[in-house]
Every structure is written in C-alpha cells, then in structure tokens.
Design a protein around this ligand. Structure first.
Ligand SMILES: [Mg+2]
Length: 368
C-alpha cells in the first residue's frame, strides 16, 4: 500500500450557530441567561464528515469561517496535532483563551470525529476504552428555580436517571443557600451525594462560613467557592474545608497552563475540564495526562454528548456532568445523543465517530 493513498485531504469546513431558548430562566452565582448558543463545525475529509461543537458565542462561527477554516483546507485530516498547533499559532496575537479556545475546541472535536469515521470505528475505540460506561452527576438546580422546580429536577435525576450525585447552583443570594441545600438534601435523602457550585460568587471568608453550614447537610463537593482567577484563594479554602468536602474547579481552563496552575498550586481536589473549551479531544487528553501526573481525579464539565467517548478513554476520569441545559439541547438536536441509564451513559459502539448526527432541519428554527 502506498502511504500517499492513505492521505485524507480536508475538503470543506462548514460552521453554523444556533441560539436555543432555555425551558425556564436559568442563573448561577455570577450569571443569568435565557438562551444557550451552540456552534456546530462540520469538516469533510476524504468524503467523511466529522462533527464538533462548542457552547459559545455566535461570532465564533464567523471567526472559524473567516479566519481558522482556511488554514485547514487541503491539509491531511490524520495529522490532528499538527493542525491543532497551527490553529494555536494563528490565535497567538488575539489570545489563545476564551473565544479562540472554544473555536479551536469545536474544530478539534470535528477532526477527531472525522478521523474515527474515516476508520469506520467509534471514537472511544480509536482512543482506547478504559471504561464502558461513564458515571453521571445531575447538574442544574439553578438559583432562579423555585424550591418545587428544584425538587422535581433532583428527584428526576436520582429516582429516574439513577444518578449517584446531584449538583445545585448557589451564590446569587448566599443567605438563602443553607435553606436551599436543606431542601435538596430532603429530596434526595441519603440516596445521592450533594454538590454545590458557587461559580466564583463568594469571597474567601464567606466561602468558609457557608462551607460549615453546608457540611451539616453532608455537601461533599464545593465547586468554585471563589473565582478561579484566585488560585491562592482556592488553595487556602481547600485546606480549610471539612475533611469530607472536596473542592473542584477547572471549567474555565483553556490552555494546558491553566490546568497546570490549578494542579501545581494544590488548589483543587478534583480537576474539571471541558472538551468544548480546553482544546477539544486533543486538549482534554493532555489535561487527563496532567491529572495522572498529579494523581488528581478529573471530572468532565457540561456538553455530555461531546465528552462521552473521550470520557471512556481518560484514565482518572471520575464522572461526567449531566447538565440540564445541554442535555436538553443535545437530545433535541442530535441523533445518537446519550441517555442516562442507571446513573451512567455509554457509547453506542455500532455508530462511527462520536455517534452523533446533527438534525439540521430541526435546528433551523434556532439559526442565529
Ligand atoms: Mg461550574
């Protein structure tokens, strides 16, 4: 066989943004929203179409169209690391984090999906399967919810989806939170672990004050008690938390150095990473290797359908966030979106790539 015949030149890149209204107003400790924007990237190489996406801003689609896409046309789709580096170099002067990182993440996911489809195999098998099923924690409990909204949602995750853990948002009005945490614990009983996420809303003293109150209801995970920009603050809170309460952060990690800083400063007990922000499958695998080197567990943030295959392959992965907003969108707009069974999701190994097919016609009404 001639090696040259195995090349897979990238022929086309298509990208579109869709803005999907939430089913109810949603808010956490530092942000409120009524819609979520999904940016889809499709890459065609040697006749196969790979799909990737990010939850970002509609302008990311334009940026990919105008700036990043042309770097890839005609290049060999097998060489993902080389293409990834070229994209990183292209955004050096505008900043690799944030906006640019979400664009590159969506492209990278599409390249990995294309690679697996070119080989006609599921992505998890291409990456190497460490676990056949990925445990989920239910995530939502928005601060805009009434107590009854929250009760219904938590009961659904624990009693219908079988989730072993659930997470609620806190920090919009901190004085309300001990009571919200009490309500959450009443609903789930002793059947599930309880997580809280402040999205960086508190200061250091507040965080420790509320951690002590949450401990009375056996909260076992305190996510971003203070801003993740305050790495020293995270580290000092982590050291002062009750022994059974873990500190988690990492969802705003865009470059490998962001994750290294959290790990090297011993700022977290569990590292979070988001494949739609941290450089796609390529970035996520590198974060997973860092976690291995630091002996720290990894938890996948949001976008469960996009994480599923890489989550099967990451050695220290503990669980996947089953985020209400994204679960709803992915089940609406993708054929092959995973379903929660006994508190876990599993890839359908009869489907190639990430196993996702975007429902273009259904999505059209949300086109941004
Ligand atoms: Mg969070």
């Amino acid at each position: 066989m001639h090696l040259s015949k195995r090349e897979a030149p990238i022929e086309t890149i298509r990208t579109r943004a869709y803005t999907i209204p939430t089913d109810k107003p949603e808010a956490d400790g530092t942000f409120a929203w009524n819609s979520t924007t999904l940016v889809i990237v499709e890459i065609v190489a040697a006749g196969k179409t790979g799909i990737g996406y990010t939850y970002s801003d509609a302008s990311v689609a334009k940026f990919i169209e105008a700036t990043l896409g042309s770097l890839l046309i005609g290049e060999d789709a097998w060489n993902i690391d080389a293409l990834w580096l070229r994209l990183q170099q292209r955004v050096r002067n505008i900043g690799r984090s944030g906006f640019a990182a979400t664009a590159i993440s969506a492209i990278d996911c599409a390249l990995w999906d294309a690679k697996a489809r070119l080989l006609d195999m599921p992505l998890a098998r291409l990456l190497g399967i460490v676990r056949a099923r990925v445990p989920l924690y239910g995530s939502g409990g928005f601060t805009t919810y009434t107590d009854d909204d929250m009760r219904d949602q938590l009961a659904h995750w624990v009693h219908e989806n079988g989730c072993r853990w659930v997470k609620i948002k806190i920090g919009s009005e901190p004085s309300r939170d001990p009571d919200r945490v009490r309500v959450a614990r009443e609903v789930i009983g002793r059947d599930a672990g309880l997580f809280v996420d402040a999205n960086g809303a508190l200061d250091r003293k507040q965080a420790l004050h509320y951690a002590a109150l949450f401990a009375e209801h056996d909260v076992m995970w305190f996510e971003e008690p203070v801003s993740s920009d305050d790495i020293a603050g995270l580290a000092s809170i982590r050291n002062a938390l009750p022994a059974h309460m873990e500190l988690a952060a990492g969802e705003y990690g865009y470059t490998l150095d962001d994750f290294r800083a959290l790990l090297a400063n011993q700022a977290i007990d569990v590292l979070q990473a988001d494949v739609t922000r941290c450089g796609g499958i390529t970035g996520f695998l590198r974060v997973a290797a860092l976690c291995d080197a630091f002996h720290v567990p990894l938890s996948a943030h949001c976008a469960p359908a996009m994480h599923l295959h890489v989550a099967c392959a990451a050695p220290r992965l503990r669980h996947q966030e089953w985020f209400h907003d994204h679960v709803r969108i992915e089940q609406m707009l993708f054929d092959g979106a995973p379903r929660a069974i006994d508190g876990a999701i599993a890839p359908d190994l009869s489907r190639p790539g990430c196993g996702l097919d975007f429902k273009h016609a259904d999505a059209q009404r949300f086109a941004a």
